[in-house]
Ligand binder design. Structure first.
Ligand SMILES: Cc1cc2nc3c(=O)[nH]c(=O)nc-3n(C[C@H](O)[C@H](O)[C@H](O)COP(=O)(O)OP(=O)(O)OC[C@H]3O[C@@H](n4cnc5c(N)ncnc54)[C@H](O)[C@@H]3O)c2cc1C
Length: 474
């Protein structure tokens, strides 16, 4: 189970969200059955993957943009906080109402409005899961490229609000690279449209870009137009062992000089290998100090050529037990190891603090080596794995949740890891965002003048500060 280091919220208080007058107004908008006030039933909406609980006073489920706008107008009249929620599997507490108020669930907003094969886009409401969008596109031979590991649970609205990444980032980028246009209800209840349906669009400021990663603090996304791509004909995955994490990380920059941009490049350290082997007995070699997974995609011929070259480059750079999947089933099995890591790491303790720092990918070997030193210095267990091909490493400090000393040492490790990532030219989060769990560290990565501009942008979109208070800024 994941848990965060908790920081106090900004101290805003709400009183009126659960008043009979407000609840009746909300019921008038969405219907009685779409407003939950029962304390037992609202409780699950008070937590995300961070697992700390801040139950809302009520949960409301609009189905249309007009209903969303009406709810936000009510919140402005009564000045209570509102927190948008997608699948609720964020890793930074973004969907959690730490200052109370109401949660707005997007579960009923699941319509596909248009799927255009000629112009390569899908327009949909925010409550579809990533997987549902991928499936709708796949039925017409198209691909929605962003693929967070949470794709079966996370919603498109949550993906955009977090600018989610995933395995395919080295080649296809993150969510923002696939969002063409948005409909957003701002903090005052205005409905705005950003971008459009075209890849090219340079009319005015890039508000679509601004909304990506805005963590529900500027507006609530009610419709998204997403870029689609032709589905690649084939994919192939190569797995290899290495005698050191450094050697495994170093190989990740060796493919591009040969004209290969792998779709996915993941690295797994020896602690993760041992944990998944103990849990799932995949038959991984005890000699593996690190494992890499490299996937390529394209036409059958191109994939065959690239996969062979990947095997050769890995072998020339110290990889051993190099294994290439020969079928979709085998490929899936190779990726099962990667998918098994997160739960398996609980073998090392009862509290896993999972950070997602990112650096330019050539600095990954140094990042990983120095994080190991930080762990040793503070006598704290650390295991590393993740999307090393785009420089994004999941750093896991695993400790005993009942031991305050271990928690204090882990806090120190987190702070030093964040400083290190910035020192190496990277930043404190590659894909999980800030929420409330990393708000105290924003100034490690963002200078005061830039932070002030961010706060001013927030004031423009949400002058009454009702959208997701207590997040991102302390
Ligand atoms: C097992 C697991 C694996 C994961 N793997 C990845 C991964 O590979 N890559 C990755 O990037 N992340 C990953 N995550 C983190 C998480 O899944 C992503 O951040 C995801 O995008 C969150 O989507 P969600 O719908 O659950 O959002 P939520 O957690 O519900 O919300 C996240 C934020 O978005 C806001 N929000 C939600 N809907 C809207 C909306 N319609 N308009 C405006 N704001 C909104 C919320 O207020 C909140 O601030 C993983 C999480 C888990 C538990």
């Amino acid at each position: 189970m994941y848990s965060s280091i908790h920081f106090e919220s900004a101290g805003r208080k709400t009183t009126s969200a659960s008043s009979p007058e407000v609840i009746q107004a909300l019921r008038d908008i969405v219907g009685e059955e779409n407003v939950i006030v029962d304390p037992e039933k609202v409780e699950p909406y008070g937590a995300d993957a961070v697992k700390e609980k801040f139950p809302p006073e009520a949960v409301v489920f609009p189905a249309t943009t007009a209903e969303m706008a009406a709810i936000i107008k009510i919140a402005n009249e009564h000045l209570f906080p509102i927190t948008a929620r997608g699948g609720g599997v964020g890793y930074t507490g973004g969907a959690v109402p730490i200052d109370g108020g109401i949660v707005i669930g997007t579960d009923r907003m699941k319509k596909i409005i248009e799927l255009n094969v000629d112009d390569l886009y899908i327009t949909c409401q925010p409550g579809l899961t990533t997987y549902e969008v991928q499936q709708a596109a796949a039925e017409l031979g198209l691909m929605f490229a962003p693929d967070p590991a949470s794709y079966k649970e996370s919603y498109i609205g949550g993906n955009i609000a977090e600018n989610a990444g995933g395995m395919r980032t080295p080649k296809y980028g993150v969510t923002k690279h696939h969002v063409l246009g948005l409909e957003v209800v701002t903090g005052t209840g205005e409905v705005i449209r950003t971008g459009g349906k075209t890849v090219k669009n340079v009319v005015g400021f890039d508000l679509t870009g601004l909304m990506n990663g805005s963590e529900g603090m500027l507006g609530i996304i009610t419709e998204a137009t997403l870029k689609l791509l032709p589905m690649p004909e084939a994919t192939s995955t190569v797995r290899a062992n290495f005698h050191s994490m450094e050697a495994a990380c170093k190989v990740l920059t060796k493919f591009t000089p040969h004209g290969i941009l792998p779709m996915a490049m993941e690295v797994i350290d020896k602690f993760c290998v041992a944990a998944v082997e103990e849990n799932f007995a995949f038959g991984l070699s005890p000699e593996a100090e690190a494992i890499i997974l490299v996937a390529v995609d394209g036409s059958h011929e191109e994939v065959e050529r690239q996969a062979k070259l990947v095997e050769q480059i890995i072998t020339e750079n110290g990889g051993f037990d190099v294994l290439r999947a020969r079928s979709a089933e085998e490929e899936n099995k190779l990726w099962d190891v990667r998918r098994a890591i997160s739960p398996s790491l609980m073998k090392y303790g009862t509290l896993k603090i999972n950070e997602d720092v990112v650096v330019p990918r050539s600095r990954v070997p140094e990042l990983v080596a120095r994080i190991e030193e930080i762990g040793k210095k503070h006598n704290t267990f650390v295991a590393n794995f993740g999307h090393a091909g785009d420089g994004n490493i999941h750093v896991n400090f695993v400790i005993d949740r009942e031991d305050p000393e271990q928690i204090a040492r882990a806090r120190q490790c987190v702070a030093e890891t964040f400083r290190l990532s910035v020192e190496l030219g990277g930043t404190i989060s590659g894909e999980h965002g800030i929420g409330y769990v990393k708000a105290a560290y924003m100034d490690y990565a963002v200078d005061p003048a830039t932070l002030e501009i961010m706060k001013n942008i927030k004031r423009v979109f949400d002058p009454n500060g009702i959208l997701n208070p207590g997040k991102m800024f302390v």
